[in-house]
Design a protein around this ligand. Structure first.
Ligand SMILES: Nc1ncnc2c1ncn2[C@@H]1O[C@H](COP(=O)(O)OP(=O)(O)OP(=O)(O)O)[C@@H](O)[C@H]1O
Ligand code: SF4
Ligand SMILES: [Mg+2]
Length: 348
C-alpha cells in the first residue's frame, strides 16, 4: 500500500453535536450526533445512510464546522481543526477523574477560513441553494472572488468556463439565470461552484435525492468522473442504499445519532452484520418480483424514538428482535470484525 492510501484525509473521533431545545421551562440537549468516529482517505467516497432524522446532515455540517461541535476531535489533512480536549482509552471509554469528571488534554479551535477552500458542501435542493436571480457565471465566480483566485477578469472568465465544461454545461449558459435551468442542471451548477476552489473534500448531502431517477444516474456518474479526474474525496449522504452502494468505496450506517456499522460497500451489501443494517437492506426494492417474493423481508416495527427520549444502552433496542438485557444496560461500541468491517452490537 502506498503512503497515500494509508494516510487519512479526514479523521473524526468522538464527535458530538447536541442542540439545546426548550421543553417547558427547561432547555434539554437534543443529541443529534452522539459520539461517532470515522475516517476518510484521500479520493475516497464514504457513503452515509440512515433514516430521516438520524443525524446525517448534522455530521456533515459539524465536521465542516458550520455547526460548532459540542465535543470531539476533527483532523483534516494532518491538521487538528477542532479538539474539545476529552481523552479516551483504547476501549472508547472517556478518561475521567475520581469524581467522574473528564480529564482534559489540549483544546483546539482553528480558524476555519483557510480550510473553507479545502472542504465544500453540495446541498440537496438545487432550487433553494442557488440564488435564482444570479447568472451562472456569478454563482460559480463567487467563491473565486471570495478566495481571490484570479489575477484578471479574463482569468476569472476562463476558470468559470472550464468549470462549466467540467460539469457538462455549455459555455453559452454562462449569462443565463439559475431559475432558467432544470434540477439536474442546477445541481451541476452547484457542483461547479463547489469545485471552483479546488477542494480536497466535498460533503454531498442528498445531492441527487431531489432529482428524477433518470437524471440521478447522470449526476451520480458525473460525481464519479470528477473524482477520477480531480482526486476529491466525498462524504456521500443519501437515503437510497442502491445509489450509495453504486458510488461508495465504504458505507457507514447511522441510527439515532450513533454509528452502527462501517464496512467496504460490497462487504456491507453482501455481509451486513448489524440488525439495523439488515432491516435497511431488506427494505431496498428488488427489481425482479420472483426474487422479491422469495426474499425474507425484515419489516422494522415501531417508530424511531425521539432523540430527546433516547433508550438506555443500545439506541436500536426498542426495535431489535435480538435485544437482550445487556442491550438495555450497555451501549455497544464499534468493534472491528476483520477486513475493516466495524459493527456496534453486543450479539454479533
Ligand atoms: N439546528 C437544529 N436545532 C435543533 N435540532 C436540530 C437542528 N438540526 C437538526 N436537529 C435535529 O437533529 C436530529 C438530526 O437531524 P439531521 O437533519 O441531521 O438528520 P438527517 O439524518 O439529515 O435527516 P434527513 O434524512 O431527514 O435529512 C433531528 O432530530 C433534528 O430534528
Ligand atoms: S446491541 Fe442488542 S439491541 Fe442493539 S442491535 Fe445488537 S442485539 Fe439489537
Ligand atoms: Mg439531512
Amino acid at each position: 500500500m502506498s503512503e497515500n492510501e494509508t494516510k487519512n484525509l479526514l479523521e473524526v473521533s468522538h464527535l458530538k453535536q447536541y442542540f439545546p431545545v426548550s421543553q417547558g421551562l427547561h432547555k434539554v440537549p437534543l443529541k443529534a450526533v452522539d459520539d461517532i468516529s470515522f475516517a476518510i482517505r484521500p479520493g475516497e467516497t464514504l457513503g452515509l445512510v440512515g433514516e430521516s432524522g438520524c443525524g446525517k446532515t448534522t455530521v456533515g455540517r459539524s465536521l465542516l464546522r458550520l455547526y460548532e461541535p459540542t465535543a470531539g476531535k476533527i483532523t483534516f489533512d494532518g491538521e487538528v481543526l477542532f479538539d474539545s480536549g476529552e481523552q479516551y482509552d483504547e476501549n472508547g471509554k472517556m478518561i475521567v477523574d475520581a469524581m467522574g469528571k473528564p480529564i482534559y488534554g489540549q483544546k483546539i479551535k482553528k480558524d476555519m477560513l483557510p480550510y473553507r477552500k479545502e472542504m465544500q458542501m453540495v446541498f440537496q435542493d438545487p432550487y433553494s441553494s442557488l440564488n435564482p436571480r444570479m447568472t451562472v457565471e456569478d454563482i460559480i465566480g463567487e467563491p473565486l472572488d471570495v478566495h481571490k483566485l484570479y489575477t484578471s477578469k479574463a482569468e476569472r472568465r476562463e476558470k468559470i468556463l472550464s468549470l462549466m465544461e467540467l460539469v457538462g454545461l455549455n459555455a453559452e449558459h454562462a449569462m443565463r439565470y439559475a431559475h432558467e435551468f432544470s434540477g439536474g442542471q442546477r445541481q451541476r451548477i452547484g457542483i461547479a461552484r463547489a469545485l471552483a476552489v479546488d477542494p480536497k473534500f466535498i460533503v454531498c448531502d442528498e445531492a441527487v435525492s431531489a432529482l428524477d431517477v433518470s437524471i440521478q444516474a447522470q449526476v451520480v456518474n458525473m460525481f464519479e468522473e470528477l473524482q477520477e479526474k480531480l482526486g476529491v474525496a466525498y462524504l456521500f449522504i443519501a437515503h437510497d442504499l442502491l445509489v450509495v452502494h453504486h458510488i461508495s468505496d465504504r458505507i457507514a450506517v447511522m441510527y439515532l445519532g450513533h454509528m452502527m456499522e462501517i464496512a467496504d460497500a460490497d462487504e456491507l451489501n453482501n455481509n451486513p452484520m448489524h440488525p439495523y443494517t439488515l432491516s435497511l437492506l431488506s427494505a431496498v426494492p428488488i427489481p425482479d418480483p420472483e426474487t422479491a417474493r422469495k426474499s425474507k423481508r425484515i419489516v422494522l416495527e415501531g417508530d424511531v424514538p425521539s432523540p430527546l427520549h433516547m433508550p438506555s444502552g443500545c439506541p436500536f433496542r426498542t426495535r431489535c428482535k435480538y435485544a437482550t438485557e445487556q442491550c438495555a444496560m450497555e451501549m455497544p461500541q464499534l468493534k472491528d470484525r476483520g477486513n475493516g468491517h466495524f459493527v456496534a452490537c453486543h450479539n454479533k
